[in-house]
Design a protein. Structure first.
Length: 549
């Protein structure tokens, strides 16, 4: 792939008809993309100009309860909300995350008494009564499925204590502020199993939207989890909108952040997420590559990707369309723009269409897909050419030709199914926990002398010659894992993985129905056995390339 001279978003703006204000208005049924700020934690208000320059329509911030109600019944909202007024005056809207903890109530823990819940509900209402009028939503709590998300007695029965709190807020706020959304759930990642416990307790009735924070290094399968969340809502009275009020990852490089931003924006918008907020506007010392900007305000690749994503969202509603090829991810915006990436297929675009990368730089032909998205402007048409990859565990997760099993003691195999719990949904079995398989990581369970081993299986659809390329990355915890590659019952490769391992040279002749298995078990000690993995199969005559984890 050859890139032209970098020109920021100039190429994009030239390729699509934008107004002097940066583009047409976002369609009403398109996702809104905002960004997290921390003005309530002391960020300089000058950073607001940066958000405006990036054309962010909405910000997520806070007005902590301890600050807004320093003593019982005494509010300091007007004094403490200057950052919210500044956001309003800049023409942006704001959603507030309000954590239900105040040193004046319930010993400073998450409020759990009727009095404490009423006090918090009164505070939320006071913020809306006395604060600026651009507050569009209030998120009740923050990452309540995580350690410290709910504190004290309220943590003994989170579903019912949190539902009671939501209802108190909803009843207090909605009569006078019907247009302000009450947001509930607030899970770190997409904790569908955790959220369903809240729904069973009646929480869905007291929220206008469900909040998730879908942090992940690989966005490719986020829609699968969002679909499971929608199904859980449907089982308990009907779907509510989904807001991703934080999304990002602690990326290894600034360039990976830009790619991840565009991928997640495309996939979430196609999955029907109503609003999403990138975390965060600026880098923070403990999150080096999550900001759109450096701490001093200098532009990073993610900032250019953010502007490009805003332009794409203005092109029209998003829809997924992989053209019947499970090895690519493709999202079409309106009729004239699309984001596409995946296995290294050659592609052809119509004459007159433009192709740019995630930072808006022109890409020149010949075009070839890869890990980083291409953005095609001026047409929704696309022609796929040939490509060397025939199977990929990341791009085809939970799809044929892959299947997922556990090899249990006594050599029995058990087919795994999707499980929802407090964190990311996974393939597993309630009887074999913590064994699990996700799209890019897995873990065994059981005693090392008698383990339950996760199995990722490729079944050959026909006689074929392939080359296996694989990568594995072990966390520092634990003493490593045993990794085997098997063809049917024959062990082809066996390794103890304690850090990183990769290879791209295992040539195989498979017959129709042959099984090619990745089998993972604990080493000598149990615990800390999470392993990142990815397998790709290359067609005969094609040079296998290193596979990134």
């Amino acid at each position: 792939m050859r890139l032209g001279t970098p020109s920021g978003l100039g190429v994009l703006l030239a390729a699509v008809a934008f107004t002097a204000m940066g583009g047409p208005l976002r369609p009403a049924d398109a996702m809104e993309l905002g960004v997290q700020t921390h003005f309530s934690q002391g960020w300089p208000i000058e950073a607001l100009d940066e958000a405006v320059a990036l054309k962010a329509p909405a910000l997520r911030d806070s007005l902590p309860w301890n600050q807004g109600e320093p003593s019982r019944g005494t509010y300091a909202i007007k004094e403490r909300s200057s950052h919210i007024r500044a956001i309003c005056e800049a023409g942006l809207d704001v959603m507030l995350t309000l954590v239900p903890e105040n040193r004046n109530y319930d010993n400073g823990e998450t409020v759990h008494t009727d009095e404490g819940r009423r006090a918090f509900a009164d505070y939320v209402r006071a913020v809306l009564d006395q604060g600026p009028d651009c507050i569009v939503a209030v998120e009740i709590g923050n990452e309540i499925n995580g350690k410290g998300g709910i504190k004290g007695p309220a943590a003994q029965d989170v579903p019912h204590s949190y539902t009671a709190l939501l209802k108190a807020v909803y009843d207090a706020v909605k009569p006078d502020h019907p247009d302000v959304a009450i947001l509930g759930g607030s899970t770190n990642v997409i904790g569908t199993g955790f959220l369903e416990q809240l729904f069973e307790a009646g929480a869905l009735e007291a929220m206008d939207a469900v909040v998730v924070h879908p942090y992940r290094s690989h966005p490719e399968n986020v829609a699968l989890e969002l679909d499971r969340l929608k199904a859980a809502m449907a089982r308990h009275g009907g779907e509510k909108p989904i807001w991703a009020t934080e999304f990002s990852d602690n990326y290894a490089t600034p360039e990976l952040a830009a790619s991840g931003l565009v991928k997640m924006t495309a996939l979430m918008s196609a999955a029907g997420v109503e609003r999403a907020y990138w975390y965060a506007l600026r880098d923070q010392r403990w999150f080096r590559n999550m900001g759109l900007l450096r701490p001093n305000g200098a532009t990073k690749p993610a900032a250019r990707a953010f502007e490009l994503a805003q332009a794409l969202l203005r092109e029209g509603p998003a829809r997924s369309d992989d053209m019947g090829q499970s090895l690519i991810k493709r999202v079409v915006f309106g009729e004239t723009a699309q984001v596409v990436w995946g296995a290294p297929f050659a592609i052809e675009v119509p004459e007159g269409a433009r192709v740019v990368d995630v930072e808006g730089r022109e890409v020149r032909p010949p075009y070839r897909l890869g890990e980083d998205p291409l953005i095609v402007l001026g047409s929704a048409d696309l022609t796929l050419g040939s490509g060397p990859v025939v199977a990929d565990t990341l791009l085809q997760f939970a799809q044929e030709p892959w299947s997922y099993l556990a090899a249990t003691p006594k050599s029995k195999e058990e087919t795994l199914s999707m499980n929802d719990w407090e964190w990311t949904s996974y393939l597993g079995s309630r009887w074999l926990r913590p064994l699990r398989i996700n799209d890019s990581s897995l873990a065994p369970s059981g005693d090392p002398a008698d383990p339950n081993r996760p199995v990722v299986r490729y079944t050959a659809p026909a006689a074929q010659s392939v080359t296996l390329s694989a990568c594995f990355a072990k966390e520092e915890k634990g003493d490593g894992v045993e990794v085997e590659i098997r063809r049917n019952d024959e062990v082809l490769r066996s390794e103890t993985v304690t850090s990183d391992l990769s290879f791209d040279d295992l040539a195989l002749d498979l017959q129709a129905g042959d099984r090619l298995d990745l089998v993972v078990g604990p080493n000598k000690e149990n615990g800390g056995d999470v392993l990142r993995y990815r397998l790709r199969l290359f067609a005969p005559g094609e040079a296998a390339a290193p596979t990134p984890c």
